[in-house]
Write a protein that binds this ligand. Structure first.
Ligand SMILES: [Zn+2]
Length: 239
């Protein structure tokens, strides 16, 4: 792969090899602005790669080192996400500055980059996630316009579609066995969603993150029948 070297000083040592891939959007007005920030020693943030809208890929931090992209986060029991992940920043203004579809050249570059990274490290499909998956209370990126389905069709990550699934929607304020089962399923998939049986604000945030990734047509934090059916189908794939 062709990379443009753009070293960032913002990294330190890993304690174990990476086995999680975290996708982000930059959430800034331009790619140049984002690249400058990810290389600014004052900002203390970075990623391993940045993918521009025209498909150019910048390499900021060597994969063997820990970049600082995830912050306080959780996936499949792991809290030190930076220590065990590779972070890819995808240029997009994001929800704050004019969220827009990811151009074809950029999507193709991300898919190629993910494939390239996976030749070097063992990263399971169930460990290819978005920033919002690992930090659902704080983050919305890369967001519901990111083509997770296409990434999965290229062989990277989980995707499941289900026939129309009826069932009463579950939402904030509800309690009971159905909520407990939903939270248990989300935990099994990887989310920080310890079952309490109470559909609280955190559960809403987790369901919204799930929908951004796996049910992008409906991002409202309400677990309707189809949202729950997709979760079950994904758990079957994840094994
Ligand atoms: Zn992010």
């Amino acid at each position: 792969m062709e990379f443009i070297e753009a070293p960032s000083p913002n990294f330190d040592a890993r304690t174990s090899p990476p086995d999680i891939l975290v996708l982000h959007y930059t959430g800034m007005r331009t790619g140049e602005e984002a690249l400058a920030r990810l290389r600014d020693p004052e900002a203390k943030v970075s990623s391993h790669y940045l993918v521009e809208e025209d498909g150019r890929i910048f390499r900021l931090v060597p994969e063997e080192r820990r970049a600082w992209h995830a912050g306080v986060s959780f996936w499949k029991g792991e809290r030190n996400i930076n220590g065990v992940s590779i972070g890819i920043e995808i240029v997009n203004p994001g929800h704050e500055f004019g969220y827009r579809p990811f151009p074809e050249a950029q999507v193709a570059a991300v898919i190629a980059l993910v494939g390239d990274i996976r030749t070097r490290w063992t990263i399971d499909d169930g460990r290819i996630v978005g920033h919002s998956d690992v930090a659902p209370d704080r983050k919305d990126d890369p967001g519901e316009l990111f083509p997770w389905k296409r990434l999965a069709e290229a062989g990277h990550g989980l995707w499941a579609e289900v026939p129309p699934a009826p069932g009463a929607p579950l939402g904030e304020g509800e309690e009971g066995a159905g909520v407990f089962a939903l939270q248990a399923g989300l935990t099994r998939l990887g989310y920080d969603s310890a079952p309490s049986g109470k559909y609280d604000a955190h559960t809403t945030a987790v369901v919204r993150a799930f929908q951004r990734h796996w049910r992008p047509d409906k991002v409202d934090g309400i677990a309707d029948g189809e949202t729950r059916a997709r979760l079950i189908a994904l758990l079957r794939l994840a094994g």
